[in-house]
Structure formats: C-alpha cells, structure tokens
Design a protein around this ligand. Structure first.
Ligand SMILES: [Zn+2]
Length: 195
C-alpha cells in the first residue's frame, strides 16, 4: 500500500532528471518510428508539426512530437504515442500517472498536501481520480488491460492496483507503466477517454 510519505516520494520522482531524460528518449524513439513509417493514409512523407505544450507540475516539456503528411491533398496529421503527454492534458503523463497512483481515497488532508506540493487544484485531482476509476476502467483499453493483467477484481479498485502491479516505486517499472499507457495518448485513442 502507499504510505503517508507518498507525497514526498512523488515530489522526488518529479525531480528525477534521469527519468525525465529517459522519457524524452523514449518519446523521441516513438516519434522516429512514426516518421519512418510515413503517413498512415497515403504513405506520404511526414513533416514535423509539433504541438505546443506547457505541462505543469512536472518537467519543462514545451512541445509534443507530431507530424503532418507532406503530400498535397492529404496533409493528415500523425501524432505518435508518448510516454510524457496524455492527450491534451496540460500535465505531463508522468505527473498524471504518479498522482493518480497516489490518490486512492482523496482524503482531505492528502488532497491538501498534494495541492500544496505540486500546485495542483483540487478539481484537477478529482478529475484524474474520476478518470482512472471510471473512464479508464470502462474503456476498451482498460477492459483489455484488466483481462490481461489481473484476476477478476472490483473495477473500482483497479487504478490503484494497476499502479501497484507495475510497482511504480521503481523507475524501470514506472517506465513500463507509461509505455503500457502510451497507446492511449494519441489524439484518436484519447477521444474515447476525454471527460
Ligand atoms: Zn498522407
């Protein structure tokens, strides 16, 4: 179970430069892969067309890799998966995962400490909490994950268990969790999950 020192643990992770560099490298690899595959619709070449992002509560990541088809008449966008960003979320994927893993019961004192430590609003925390417990669990991705990873369990306990089954306290396991969630982060996949 997560302990009362979770908040400071969380803060330490957010300041972990090595983890940040690792996540940046993974994102770059995912982007390179997409770039080499080309446009999914016409096979055309892709040009860089990154999205501006200003993630809060985490590292200074200013943009998310994205591409545009170079072929006249197509010009479709292709946004690779990411272990740093989740959909249009302003907060970095890392922050969302860490904090969501921590927030089990949203006890008032815990919420207050997290808000203070990370500058995250109560409303935002509650949204994430809701997202993990309901939207994620009910999504096709969440259901598939449940079938794949865990014995049948009450769906409402699932997000915490997801974190625990990945042992998010370990850096390599945290990366595994972010990689696991990466398919969710493309705009099309995200549509199912937006609140
Ligand atoms: Zn194209």
């Amino acid at each position: 179970m997560l302990t009362t020192s979770s908040e400071s643990w969380c803060q330490n992770q957010l300041a972990d430069q090595q983890l940040h560099q690792l996540l940046e490298k993974v994102d770059w690899d995912l982007a390179e892969q997409a770039h080499q595959q080309g446009c999914l619709f016409c096979g055309g070449k892709l040009h860089r067309a990154d999205y501006d992002r200003k993630p809060r509560g985490g590292p200074e990541w200013d943009y998310r890799y994205s591409f545009c088809c170079a072929r006249e008449g197509c010009r479709r966008r292709r946004t690779p998966e990411s272990v740093r960003f989740m959909g249009r979320r302003v907060y970095a994927g890392l922050v969302v995962v860490l904090v969501s893993a921590l927030v089990h019961g949203l006890k008032p004192e815990r919420v207050a400490r997290l808000r203070e430590a990370l500058g995250i609003e109560r409303r935002t925390l509650e949204r994430w909490h809701q997202w993990w417990r309901v939207t994620f669990v009910e999504s096709s991705f969440g259901r598939a994950a449940r079938a794949r990873f865990l014995p049948p369990l009450c769906p409402r306990t699932r997000p915490g268990l997801l974190g625990l089954s990945f042992q998010v306290q370990r850096r390599d396991r945290r990366l595994a969790l972010l990689r696991f969630l990466a398919p969710l982060t493309t705009p099309s996949a995200w549509q199912e999950l937006v609140m």
